[in-house]
Ligand binder design. Structure first.
Ligand code: DAH
Length: 349
């Protein structure tokens, strides 16, 4: 081997290192140009057959070549590491300016919010709140409330019966409650008077949906039982409640004589139509009034069915439509929108 050939090996080694572009490639190139079997390493074997002077100068030339190649390797290593580090940082970059739309979190449906608002008002007036069964028996939904079997008042409740055996295995006994009134009996069974209770919840009737009717709807029942309770207490409590819920004092309240089997006397309860202020419009069918529900003095038979002596206690009760309260308070003209799941409406509340 002569110095020219050595120069060729050195140039080839530098070229191999410069051609490597990743740290893995550089590692293989390093083994190939500086490892035990690399031509530059094997060049040492030529020293054995040289004269001492030649050996000295050729040995120095080999060392100089190795040093040069090692420097090329070091420079290459730094620059590849730098490129690779930049690529990694770019791939791991976090965009700290990213933000999420603050309107995305969910919210309560208007009906759920209305139930909470109503509960707040009644708790403020000293009432307790009870939630109740949506699946009832005929006795709780009708008979205990003084609707005997085949009583004509039952025909106003188009009832969903469940295909389940009820009392004595009867198949016409278990039903979806048609009103929250069965909770009157359950509350009386659960506590002694005085009772000041409200019972909000879902009710079901076989109804064709229209602007003011849905087959699934919500009522809030009230039951007050104490000594000396009169119709005056009923009217005063309703007025107080309407002022608190609607937050305005220009709404008139009226009680219209009516019939319910479980109250005597009974009344329907109306407020001035909040859409037209009483002048008459489409929503109130030109009457100027909106019916919110029924009320009355609890019938002595109902008190007895709840285990309370009607000679000692009297009471009043009511059942109002929660969906209608919400629609009148928030100017929603059609109940069906509550079930449409249209975000354009739901997000307004
Ligand atoms: N439960 C009756 C209905 O859904 C409404 C009602 C009327 C409830 C008079 C009452 C009441 O508590 O006293 O038609």
């Amino acid at each position: 081997m002569n110095l020219d050939e050595l120069g060729g090996l050195r140039a080839a080694a530098n070229a191999a290192l410069t051609a490597a572009t990743t740290s893995d490639e550089l590692k293989s190139a390093e083994v190939a140009v500086l490892g035990k079997k690399a031509p530059l390493t094997l060049a040492n074997q030529a020293l054995g057959s040289m004269t001492p002077e030649d050996r000295k100068s050729f040995g120095a030339a080999i060392n100089a070549a190795r040093t040069d190649v090692s420097e090329t390797l070091a420079v290459r290593r730094t620059s590849i590491a730098d490129v690779e580090r930049r690529a990694r940082l770019e791939a791991e970059r976090l965009d700290l300016t990213e933000r999420f739309d603050p309107d995305l979190p969910g919210r309560l449906h208007l009906i759920s919010r209305t139930i909470r608002d109503l509960e707040d008002i009644f708790v403020g007036m000293g009432f307790t709140v009870h939630s109740g069964n949506e699946v009832e028996t005929d006795w709780y939904n009708f008979e205990a409330l003084n609707f005997p079997p085949a009583h004509p008042a039952r025909s106003m409740h188009d009832t969903f019966f469940l295909d389940l055996p009820g009392t004595d295995g009867r198949m016409d006994d278990v039903l979806l409650r048609t009103h929250t009134s069965p909770m009157q009996i359950r509350v009386m069974q659960g506590q002694k008077p005085p009772i000041y209770a409200v019972m909000p919840g879902r009710c079901y009737r076989v109804d064709t949906p229209d602007a003011r009717h849905l087959p699934t709807f919500h009522q809030i029942e009230a039951l007050v039982i104490d000594r000396g309770i009169s119709l005056g207490h009923l009217a005063g409590t309703i007025e107080q409640f309407i002022a608190a819920y609607f937050g305005r004092d220009n709404l008139k309240v009226r009680l219209r004589p009516s019939f319910f089997p479980f109250t005597e006397p009974s009344a329907e309860f109306d407020i001035t139509c909040p859409f037209c202020g009483g002048a008459g419009c489409r929503v109130c069918s030109q009457s100027g009034w909106i019916e919110l529900g029924g009320c009355g003095m609890v019938h002595p038979n109902v008190l007895r069915n709840g285990g309370i002596d009607p000679e000692e206690y009297t009471g009043f009760a009511w059942g109002f439509g929660i969906d209608r309260l919400a629609m009148n308070r928030h100017n929603v003209e059609d109940l069906r929108v509550f079930l449409d799941n249209d975000l354009r409406l739901l997000q307004q509340f």
